[in-house]
Structure formats: C-alpha cells, structure tokens
Design a protein around this ligand. Structure first.
Ligand code: ZN
Ligand code: ZN
Ligand code: FE
Length: 754
C-alpha cells in the first residue's frame, strides 16, 4: 500500500516559549510518526512536519486544541511545504533575531508532578526550588532574552550531572527547564542570622514560630512577604502595628481548598481562579471569621492558595490552616527584593527573616482578583500575569504609555500588543518612583523596546506625565477618564463609538476641575462629555481624600445651607464647631476647595454622613466600607435630579439625613445609596442611547471595583438590551490607565494627529 506523504510548515504564535512547548511538539510528532524539525523564531515557533496526511491532520488537530494548559496559542498558520524526505524529528537551536518580540512566561505555580517529585525523588526530597518546564519562576528571574539559564538569576548555579542529564533529555519533563535544580546543585533557603540549618530544620523552625505567635518574613517568588498565624489575634494586631498598616485587610494563604471552604464561600468561577496556575489572591465572601484584625470588619477574605514548594512544605508542619501573607514592605514602599535590605528593614517588623540565595531580578507582588458575574477581574495585575501581552486591534510599536500616579502601571507597545508592567504603586513615594524608572529600563531592554511616541495623563503634576514630557519625544496627552474607557475598549477590541461610563475617585478634567462621575459618548480618538455629576468643592483638596468628613460636610452644606448646623447626625459632632465653620467658610470663599464631579467623593460623602468612615486609614476605605455595609435586600432608592448635562444628588443627601434621623439602619441606607447609583447609570445610559443611537456601553474606573455596582449595572443594562463591556484582564482602577493611553496614542497616530 502506498501512502500519501505530504509536508507542512506550521507557525504557532502566542505564549509558546519557555513552557515546554518544543518538547511537547517533539513528542507529538513522534507519536504521529512525523519527521521534521522545530525551532523558535522571535515572534513564533516554526515547525516543519512530513508524513502521512492523516497523521499530519491528527497532529494539527491536537495542536489546535491548545493541549498545554499554560500555553496560550493565539494563531496556528499552516502552509504547504516541499517533502524533503527527512529521517528524524529534531529540535533546532533558537536564534535571537534582534528586535522582534519574544514572549516571556509569567511565573507559574508549582505543578502536581513536581509536588510528587518532592515526595518520591531522592534528589528532590523536600527540595523547595523544584520546578519543571510546566512550572516555576520565569519573569521574576529573567534578565534578558532569549530565555536561557545564562540570562536568568539561575546562572550562578552550576547544574549537577543528574540535572544536566534531565535538562538535555528530550523525553524528560525538565528538558530545557532553565531554572532546573535539585538538592545537590540549586539554591537554598537561609536565615538572615546565617544560622546554618537544612530545609527540614528551617521548615520546622518557621512553623513553630508562626504557630507560636511570631512574625516571620519569607522571601517569595517576586519579593519578600511577611507571615503570621491568621487565627492568632495577638500576632495579627502586632503585625499591624509593626507594619503601620492599620485598616486595610491582609491577604491570607490557606493550606488547601478544603480548609479555605470552611472560611469562605466560593462558586465555580472563584475556585477556577484561585486554583489556576497563576494563583492570584481572590477576594471572597467570608463564611467564618479568622482572627478579627485580618479583615478588620470587612465581610470578605483576600484568599490565596500555596504556589511555591516552600508553602506546601510549611503547611505540612503548621497547625494553623491559614497564615497572613502580606507584602514585605513598610507602608507604601515597593516590596523588598534585595536580601540585605530585607534583612535590615524587615528585621525590624518581624521576629525572623528567611531568604534564599537566588536573586529576584524583576519585582512582582501578588495579583488580586474579584469574580463578578462569573468573570475574573484583576484589581492588581502582577505575579502570574505579567508580562503576558494584551493583544490590540491597532499597531502599538514604539508607543510608551506612562500610566497614572497612585496605582501606577506602565505599558510598552510591540507589534500590535501592549506589554503592561507589573503593579508599580504610588509614584509619589520616592522608592516607588525609582522602581518605576528601573522597570521601564528593564522592560525596554527585555523586549527590545525603543520609544518613539509617549502617551500620558493630562494631569500636569503626575510624575508619570513629567517622565513622559522629559523624554523630549512626541507626546499624546490622554484625559484620565477617557483612558479608563479606552482601556476597556482595547481589552475588548472595540474601535467605534460607544457610551462610556467612567466613575472613579480622581482624574484631571480638561476644564481643570477634578472629574470622576462622567458619561461620555466616545471613540478611541476622543470623547464628548455628555453628562456628569454636579461639581462640589473638596474642602482642603487632597486632605479630603484621607478625611472623608470634609466631603460629607461639603455635600451637607450644599444640600441644607445654614440648616446644616441644626441636624443631629454623628458627622456634625465629629469635629469642633469652629473647625467646621472654618471649612464652610473656605467652601463659600472657594479657598483651597477645588471643584469635583467625582463619584468617589460622593461615596466618601455618603460614607461620612452615614457615620461609617470620618477618617480613612487607607486608600478607598470609605467606598469599601460603604459597599461592605450592604447586607439587606430591598429595591428602594433615593431621588436625584438631572438638569441638562448635570446630575445632582442634593435630593439624595437630604433624604439620607432624614433616614439617619429616623434611625434607619446603616445596611438599609447603604443599599438604598447603591441602588441609586446603579439607577443613575442605567437611566442615564438609556437617555444617551436614545439620543445617539448607541447600543454598546463601556464601564470603567475604580468605582467598578465595587461588586454590587458592577454586577447590578451589568445585569440591568443587559436586560435593557445593551451590550455591556467591563474590564477583566486589566484593572478597572488606575492600574489599567496605561492601556487606555496606549490605544488612544495608536489611534491618533493612525489618524495622523501626531
Ligand atoms: Zn513542575
Ligand atoms: Zn541538580
Ligand atoms: Fe482613575
């Protein structure tokens, strides 16, 4: 019988390098009795195959089914090729072809096979750096490309003969696993006090300390973390004092999913997210309380599961099922990665510091997600996600997007992709700004990026804006709330006119006021501000962000005028009368009282008037406590007024005061407030849709981190027949601004406006 021998050339694009893709293809070719070769191009993997047509078809259908869970195949191109009568299938060397894009895998949680090796394989018995081509550190250890051991922080460790055999054996799971290591040759954990202990002793001591109420700093994948027993109130409150972190909930690592289920409610989507190889922190509804000060009154838990070999070893010895695992930093500084710095700084906030002798090159904090309407939404995009690119519908080559300021993240453009940086933080902090500049350099080098066009916020005082200006390159300034909407549009590949609802705390408006409650009709190039929340003075400016009572008084004064002095609510007793009068005076005279249409400030005001938060202990505490206060179910809502393009909540504020005076409960008022905000969005969108004939609605901005607002707005707008788009892979807070800036710059370049 004569078979039909054919040949094909296959290009596979997407994340297919550094994750065992080539050996996988090698084995797949062998299985299907195909000859040929495979090698890495910079922007793809190229495969030549020869063999029977039916075998080739089978090979291709397996390939198209995206068989490796960590691979992210974007495109499979198949071309006819000449039959060369090749005799074998081989893996050819990859070459670095200058500045085309090469993918870098994010850091991956340890896989099940490696966990088994840690129990069964003598050389890897309890070895805390066990990894293979399907798991382990990646981005955090990469210095340069192509991705080879010599260009990672593993370069200082010489492979032992056994590791070397595995590394070179195509049939081994560790074939070309760049961080390959074992007990004989790899990195080791060590105490800051240099006490020489083996891994068994180290785990025992760490577990004993944590169970005994002590605080231990431990080097993680992308930085140091501070751990203590999440069931021990003394330990957790001591950590709060030491870290000077008084309000914001701590993230908690649970030993396993079963234990987590005792403490939190999880649906299928939440389980999928929290157990994925990316292992983000997922904010879940609390079922049973851990120690009080872990979540500090919030009915939720920022939970995660073990992802490093060390975590698994530790939980085998720990009695407690849950540990606080918070970033190793002091207040707003970036998470510590240098051992000496960690030993010194974290030594002051913890009882012991545990490091290891492999350096972290790229700092990556834990990622944070929420699940709303069964979709994972990243609130902080870092470990496990960065530096995976976001594919866009427009070319991005050479565009640098500087991002915002408070929750900064920048982006560089390659091809038609945006490479978003890890979470950087608040640039006003000097160390964070240094980290920003250093990361820009590193991204530039790693991805062979040369900036040609800078995109930034319109805010003249943002450090990111100044950074972009100082480059001397052509500049595209993007209005903050337009960037929020276009970030979401970019994520969903939208390039048309839409209704944009952009709600957040603060952003510089093109009239010089502070915006944040905005309804746009917009496209990628520009926007028309169709409706917005009424301007109110923010007495004290930035000070009011930390002191929501100021905004409360501003709204009360606008609603009630001089009657404000007669009402009997806790806010009015919060500060001395003289101080409040002075504040009202500054409002009247317009001194140090910038105008704002911000939704965030409205949440601040409501939260303060209700007596929830007068002074915030962390960023966005007011809106978070307001959301947390919702527990009842009713459909009541407050009144508001729309006069031409202005939406006024003065009637609502009066009604809230009435409700409080009538001793309505906080959960009742909080829900009524939330219902009102959802109603404002839905009704305003309906009006705009009628007028402009639009059916697509884009929701973005920090306010949509509020699960209640997002889920109900999406649901109700869908019921009304709208196509609703909200952010998922990129944060809806200012961490997503860079993506929006990039797509606007790209569009304006296309239109030749720059
Ligand atoms: Zn593995
Ligand atoms: Zn070894
Ligand atoms: Fe914003």
């Amino acid at each position: 019988m004569i078979y039909d021998i054919v040949a094909r050339l296959v290009h596979v694009k997407g994340l297919v390098q550094g994750i065992g893709f080539r050996p996988f293809i090698f084995k797949l070719a062998k299985k299907n009795q195909l000859q040929g070769w495979i090698h890495n191009l910079n922007d793809a993997v190229e495969i030549k195959i020869e063999g029977e047509k039916t075998h080739i078809d089978l090979f291709l259908s397996t390939l198209r089914s995206n068989p490796l869970p960590i691979a992210d195949i974007e495109k499979v191109e198949v071309l006819k090729a000449d039959v060369e009568n090749l005799q074998s299938f081989e893996i050819r060397d990859s070459s670095d072809r200058s500045d085309s894009i090469t993918r870098v895998s994010p850091d991956l949680a340890i896989c099940d096979a490696c966990l088994l090796d840690m129990k069964q394989q003598a050389r890897r018995k309890n070895y805390p750096f066990t990894n293979c081509t399907y798991c382990g550190p990646r981005f955090s250890i990469v210095r340069d490309l192509p991705y080879d051991r010599i260009r990672t922080t593993m370069s200082v460790f010489e492979m032992c003969p056994d590791c070397s055999l595995e590394y070179h054996d195509i049939y081994d799971r560790r074939f070309h696993a760049q961080p390959i290591a074992c007990n004989d040759c790899g990195p080791v954990y060590q105490w800051a006090d240099k006490d020489p202990q083996n891994i068994g002793e180290i785990i025992d001591r760490t577990a004993e300390m944590i169970d005994g109420g002590k605080i231990v700093s431990i080097k993680g994948v992308g930085g140091y973390f501070i751990a203590c027993n999440a069931m021990d109130e003394n330990a957790v409150s001591r950590l709060r004092k030491k870290k000077k972190r008084y309000g914001k909930p701590f993230a908690v690592m649970f030993s396993d999913l079963e234990n987590l289920k005792h403490f939190a409610r999880l649906n299928e989507s939440e389980i999928k997210s929290i157990t994925s190889f990316r292992r983000p922190i997922v904010v879940l509804d609390e079922k049973k309380q851990l120690s009080n000060s872990v979540s500090n009154g919030f009915p939720s838990i920022g939970a995660m599961l073990p992802y490093m070999p060390f975590h698994y070893l530790l939980f085998e010895k720990l009695i407690t099922p849950a540990i606080v695992l918070t970033s190793g930093n002091i207040s707003e500084e970036p998470i510590a990665i240098e051992d000496d710095e960690a030993f010194e700084k974290l030594g002051k906030v913890s009882d012991a510091v545990l490091g290891y002798n492999r350096s972290i090159y790229n700092r990556v904090d834990d990622s944070v997600a929420i699940i709303v309407n069964d979709k994972e939404r990243l609130l902080r995009r870092s470990r496990g996600f960065v530096p995976s690119p976001i594919r866009l519908s427009l070319p991005t080559e050479g565009i640098f997007a500087a991002g915002a300021e408070l929750v900064n993240c920048f982006a560089v453009g390659k091809g038609n992709e945006a490479l978003l940086s890890q979470h950087i933080g608040d640039l006003k902090n000097m160390e964070t700004y240094t980290f920003y500049k250093e990361s820009i350099d590193r991204f530039g080098k790693l991805f062979r990026f040369k900036p040609e066009l800078m995109a930034c916020d319109m805010h003249p005082d943002y450090l990111s804006t100044r950074f972009a200006q100082e480059s001397g390159l052509p500049l595209v300034e993007v209005q903050h709330h337009h960037a929020h909407i276009t970030s979401c549009m970019a994520e969903h590949g939208l390039d048309e006119q839409v209704i944009g609802v952009s709600f957040d705390g603060t952003g510089y408006g093109d009239d010089g006021n502070i915006w944040g409650g905005e309804f746009f009709v917009c496209d990628l190039n520009g926007y028309q501000r169709k409706k917005h929340f009424e301007y109110l003075p923010i007495p004290g400016g930035d000070k009011a962000i930390k002191e929501p009572w100021r905004m409360g008084l501003s709204y009360l004064h606008r609603s009630l005028g001089e009657r404000v002095w007669d009402i009997d609510i806790p806010l009015m007793k919060n500060r001395p009368r003289a101080e409040m009068e002075l504040l009202v005076d500054s409002i009247n005279k317009g001194i140090n009282a910038p105008l704002s249409s911000s939704a965030g400030r409205l949440f601040d005001a409501a939260s303060a008037i209700m007596g929830l938060v007068h002074h915030a202990t962390f960023h966005a505490e007011s809106p978070m406590r307001l959301e947390a206060a919702v527990s009842e179910q009713h459909n009541n809502r407050y009144e508001y007024q729309t006069k031409s393009d202005i939406i006024s909540f003065i009637p609502m504020i009066e009604e809230i005061v009435e409700d409080i005076t009538r001793k309505k409960s906080q959960p009742y008022v909080a829900l009524k407030f939330h219902n009102t905000i959802v109603d404002v969005i839905v009704e305003t969108v309906k009006q705009l849709a009628g007028k402009y004939g639009l059916k697509k609605v884009v929701l973005s901005g920090g306010t949509f981190q509020n699960k209640f607002i997002l889920s109900n707005t999406e649901r109700l707008l869908s019921v009304e027949g709208f196509e609703v788009f909200s952010q998922q892979r990129v944060p809806t807070n200012d961490g997503g601004i860079a993506l929006g800036q990039m797509i606007v710059a790209s569009k304006r370049k296309e239109l030749k406006c720059v």
